[in-house]
Design a protein around this ligand. Structure first.
Ligand SMILES: NC(=O)c1ccc[n+]([C@@H]2O[C@H](COP(=O)([O-])OP(=O)(O)OC[C@H]3O[C@@H](n4cnc5c(N)ncnc54)[C@H](OP(=O)(O)O)[C@@H]3O)[C@@H](O)[C@H]2O)c1
Length: 259
């Protein structure tokens, strides 16, 4: 078995997942980094960043919606390290086009829910089985997992309903996994980012700049990927050991309802 703990992060090449990869490397994890494209410039530039923090880096190409490849990828990680201590279900996509719920297409709905909900649910299911087996071998292990959802899990955006639906579903999936895995000694958490500066939001920067200036975010700025990564690193470090099923919203106060 690998001497150091191992974190598996989906969507690790860019944005929030990338910040999580470096934050967890700093915490002493070796990193199995999953992205759609294994040889992208982003993935290739992440390897030295993680290595410079003293961690081993294992890049893996997997479209998370391709559930038929999950078992093979988990076997690859197990062959390499013999352990999985922490899973971050982070890979996600926006709808191809923002369109009113009355115009939403089945194609866009299937694509978004396939990547954001169906894929992560079945990937987490298989990793959970692996973690249960590992705990049987090594009872001192404290495996855990995190689902990256969104403030959209509980907010309505009429022009990207399929995204909100996928994140609301993933939020409940987190609760169900937390409930089932508590008896196995495996903790499960939900992290809900707010409006975060990444490639995903690159096309709507002007819109959100304006809304933030008008007060949409009580703390008055965009979330940066590092804000989300800090929260995930705190969970991975064991600070929330007695709080399985907890929802951590990292949104600069968008959770506040005010009158
Ligand atoms: N940005 C925000 O404002 C925001 C707010 C709330 C929640 N979130 C959530 O946070 C997560 C990360 O978002 P982000 O803003 O960091 O996105 P991003 O910058 O667009 O990066 C997306 C990452 O996910 C990977 N990915 C995309 N589709 C994939 C697939 N089918 N299979 C495997 N990997 C895939 C990409 O890999 P490639 O490089 O190979 O394409 C990339 O590493 C998502 O779940 C998103 O819904 C984002």
């Amino acid at each position: 078995m690998n001497a150091r703990p191992v974190a598996v992060i989906t969507g690790a090449s860019r944005g929030i997942g990338r910040a999580i990869a470096t934050a967890l490397a700093r915490e002493g994890f070796d990193i199995a980094a999953i992205a759609r494209t294994v040889d992208s410039e982003a993935m290739e530039s992440l390897a030295p960043e993680v290595n410079n923090l003293g961690s081993h880096f294992f890049p893996i190409g997997l479209d998370i919606s391709h559930t038929e490849r999950h078992a093979e990828v988990i076997s690859l990680i197990q062959e390499r390290y013999g352990r999985i201590d922490f899973l971050v279900n982070n890979a996600g996509v926006a709808p191809l086009h923002r369109s009113d719920i009355l115009e939403m297409t089945e194609e866009s709905y299937d694509m978004v829910t396939g990547v954001n909900l169906r894929g992560p649910v079945f990937f987490a299911q298989k990793v959970a089985r692996e973690m249960i087996w590992l705990k049987g071998q090594y009872p001192d292990m404290r495996p855990a997992m995190v689902f990256i959802t969104s403030i959209s899990a509980s907010l309505s955006s009429t022009n990207r309903g399929e995204y909100c639906i996928s994140k609301a579903g993933l939020s409940l999936a987190t609760t169900i996994f937390a409930d089932r895995l508590a008896r196995e000694g495996i903790n499960v958490y939900e992290v809900r980012p707010g409006i975060t500066r990444t490639d995903m939001t690159a096309r709507v920067v002007e819109k959100y700049d304006k809304l933030i200036a008008q007060g949409l975010v009580p703390q008055g700025r965009w979330a940066m990927p590092e804000d989300i990564a800090k929260g995930v690193a705190s969970i991975a470090g064991g600070d929330w050991e007695f709080s399985t099923g907890m929802v951590f919203e990292i949104s600069g106060g968008m959770n506040i309802r005010s009158l």
